[in-house]
Design a protein around this ligand. Structure first.
Ligand code: GLU
Length: 299
């Protein structure tokens, strides 16, 4: 008997500020991909880096999702409650010889494009605080997978370097936390921006090492401003407008940016009507693999 895993997707924002149009496109893409097959859609707040996460930002994000009609299943998962699980995963990697402590400072290896692995065979200094890094040189290579939009991907992990799993200041790094939580939450499908495509090899290496299932991946083209910059919090992308008109217009724009060709009249409809249409018509074939798409603000 064949057993098909029930689709479980997620949106996993870092609460470093309110959602903008670029993050709405990522949230909407993962929501539609899940709902179009009757799957579940979860929200996880990736708040492992408190200095980057202003007070109240996570609540703002959750409120914005609701305002756009993007209701999630189950309870919101908060990464700040999961440190023990990340430590257990790191311990497992240490036992396997796949994680090592590193005392080098960025300044010491600034002449190299990636950290050259000096501490792999032992700490170069015993007085500095240590970060924990992944042995990318011990991964099976190449790391290859099929992206649902961008097609066959192949990376030599060593060229990406020994990514940090736990920082010198004891904060957990994204790569380890995301892998542990995606597995623990039974995520079958990851839909996110293509800026994270080259993070996927580390995540796949970690899944293999920790004996976790590997989800399917769909990376979405990024929304860029007219001057070619990624819409991001660092580039001061404006927060989503939350007036009723603003919501209708931005949701419609997000559907256009996902190449779903929504009928013009849909732009006047409230979120539930727009989303019902979009779930019924979700098409990956329409979504073109152009790594960047310029966003033209409405006049
Ligand atoms: N937390 C990451 C971000 O906001 C996304 C993580 C993911 O989707 O894997 O960029």
């Amino acid at each position: 008997m064949t057993h098909t895993l029930r689709y479980r997707g997620r949106f996993a924002p870092t609460p470093s500020g309110p959602l903008h149009l670029g993050s709405l496109v990522a949230a909407l893409g993962s929501y539609l991909d899940a709902r179009a097959v009757g799957g579940q859609w979860l929200v996880r707040i990736e708040d492992i880096d408190p200095p980057r996460c202003p007070e109240g930002a996570a609540d703002t994000i959750l409120r914005q999702l609701e305002a756009f009609g993007l209701y999630w299943d189950e309870e919101v998962r908060w990464q700040h409650c999961r440190y023990d699980a990340y430590q257990r995963a790191l311990d497992q990697l240490i036992i396997q010889g796949l994680a090592y402590p590193c005392s080098c400072s960025r300044k010491q290896w600034q002449a190299f494009s990636v950290y050259p692995g000096w501490c792999r065979e032992g700490l170069s200094s015993t007085t500095n605080p240590v970060a924990w890094r992944l042995r990318s040189d011990l991964a099976k290579r190449p790391i290859a997978w099929q992206d649902r939009l961008f097609g066959c991907q192949q990376f030599d992990p060593e060229t990406l370097g020994d990514v940090v799993l736990k920082r010198k200041d004891s904060l957990w790094a994204y790569q380890l936390a995301v892998v542990v939580d995606d597995a623990e939450q039974g995520i079958t499908d990851i839909v996110r921006g293509v800026d994270l495509l080259d993070n996927t090899p580390w995540q796949r290496q970690l899944q293999t090492a920790l004996n976790l299932p590997t989800p399917r991946y769909l990376h979405l083209p990024l929304v860029v401003s007219n001057d070619g910059q990624k819409l991001s919090k660092q580039n001061k992308a404006p927060a989503l407008k939350e007036s009723a008109d603003g919501i209708r217009q931005q949701l419609f724009q997000a559907l256009q940016l996902l190449d779903q060709a929504p009928p013009k009249a849909l732009a006047q409809e409230p979120p539930d009507i727009q989303l019902n249409w979009a779930v019924a018509h979700w098409s990956l074939e329409h979504l073109a693999a152009t790594a960047h798409r310029p966003f033209q603000p409405e006049p």
